[in-house]
Design a protein around this ligand. Structure first.
Ligand code: PMT
Length: 403
């Protein structure tokens, strides 16, 4: 599957370096030709000898003193690869790539690379959550760099949270998938994400805590798996994954129009947006002034977009979400049937690390034909993978006349 594929592996300095040996071994077993670059920090954790023994090639460590057969080392390394994987990727190397800094061999080769680059972050949770690191990651994602992980769990520094390098098996699976046509190749997927804003007056609105992270993760993973993705998004602070068609909306009514306009062309619809159920009956045309001690707002029901899509459903696979704080199972089954869905992603938003405005989620997948899959706490991108695995199975069942 990876036979003859030329993979350059950039190893930066972090405790997870020891895990990379397992990844390299897996790549070699699958027939890949692997060349390794190690930063100075990486060599403090594991000797280059380990990787030269595993790959059968010298390891590159120094811009000015590297093994080569003529030519300029960093240009050769950059341009000989089918894929570049940075693992583990520290905040430092991510920051350098995002800023165009080339002050050692790894950052120099990365800057000269013209092949796809996969980055596998691994760092302390607080570092990972630092807005500067998040901005660097968002910038690189926007530029088309691929990210795997990080996972959540116990870190070497004793803390618990996101920052753990993805497991070698996961990374290997992703790399193998990279060279295969995606299992959603050419499928038109319509995703909704983020909150809606329901105006009260020119300066105020009613909204909710949705950050859009769940929906944007679905869009990104669907794109990676070959789908044509249209993303209808409420107002969020995220950059859309490069390659999606982005439709920006604010209100539930605008989202309703945008989704219905694109429904016929969609083969799969995934409604992860948190749509306001009600909107103010009247929107004041001037700012409401503070006068009486209390203020009553009359609200009117918004269209239930998902229910309407369920009624109009023809060829589409329809996936809905349910954000619940209690009686998850009852409400999930009710929504699945009432809204005529093929798959319902039940989100216990009261569970720690799940739901609104976090990087992780805890969901259960309720399929039309009774089957239920309870998933543990996962990064939202991993949740997206599992939802899309479900979609692929539903599409296959339909193709075989079983769905
Ligand atoms: O954006 P994040 O910060 O990453 O958070 C993710 C999330 C918590 C928003 C997401 O995982 C989630 O649970 N989305 C659904 C939120 C929601 O509105 O749930 P609900 O149970 O109220 O609605 C059920 C379904 O009907 C949803 O698919 C919703 O998109 C849809 N709906 C709801 C109301 C409405 N008027 N029209 C709709 O289409």
């Amino acid at each position: 599957m990876l036979t003859g594929k030329k993979i350059t592996l950039g190893i930066a300095g972090g405790i997870a370096v020891y895990k990379v040996a397992e990844l390299v071994s897996g790549l070699i077993k699958k027939g890949a030709v692997v060349k390794v670059i190690m930063t100075e920090g990486a060599q403090k954790f594991v000797q280059p000898l380990t990787f030269s023994a595993l790959t059968g090639h010298d390891v590159y460590t120094d811009t000015f003193n590297s093994p080569r057969s003529g030519g300029v080392t960093h240009i050769e390394l950059a341009q000989r690869a089918d894929l570049f994987v940075v693992v583990p990727a520290t905040a430092n190397i991510i920051g350098k790539v995002a800023s165009g800094i080339a002050d050692d061999l790894l950052s120099t080769v990365l800057l000269a690379a013209d092949c796809p680059v996969i980055i596998c972050p691994a760092m302390n949770t607080v570092m990972y959550k630092n807005p500067v690191v998040q901005q660097n990651i968002a910038k690189l994602q926007q530029l088309g760099y691929h990210f795997i992980g990080p996972n959540c769990g116990r870190l070497a520094c004793g803390t618990e949270g996101p920052g753990r390098m993805s497991e070698p098996g996961e990374i290997l699976k992703y790399i193998a998938g990279f060279f295969q046509p995606g299992d959603l190749q050419g499928v038109n997927i319509l995703v909704s994400a983020g909150p809606t804003r329901e105006p009260v007056d020119p300066v105020r609105f009613i909204t909710n805590r949705s950050s859009g992270k769940m929906g944007y993760s679905i869009a990104k993973v669907a794109l990676q798996r070959g789908a044509n993705v249209t993303l209808v998004s409420g107002p969020v602070n995220l950059s859309p994954p490069a390659g999606v068609e982005l439709i920006k909306v604010e209100t539930a009514q605008q989202m309703h129009t945008a989704m219905l306009e694109r429904y016929d062309a969609a083969e799969v619809v995934i409604k992860s947006a948190a749509v306001a159920d009600y909107r103010p009956l009247q929107v004041a045309d001037k700012k409401i002034k503070k006068t009486a001690d209390d203020l009553t707002l009359s609200m009117v029901k918004n269209p239930d977009i998902l229910a309407e899509l369920g009624q109009l459903k023809k060829h589409q696979i329809l996936v809905g979400f349910a954000a619940e704080t209690n009686d998850l199972d009852t409400y999930a089954r009710e929504k699945l049937h009432k809204k005529n869905l093929d798959l319902l992603v039940a989100n216990n938003v009261a569970s720690p690390g799940a739901g609104f405005d976090v990087d992780t989620n805890v969901v259960s997948l309720y399929y039309r034909h009774q089957q239920v899959e309870h998933l543990p706490l996962m990064d939202k991108q991993q949740v997206a993978q599992r939802i899309l695995d479900g979609v692929v199975a539903l599409l296959a069942a339909r193709r075989d006349g079983k769905g």
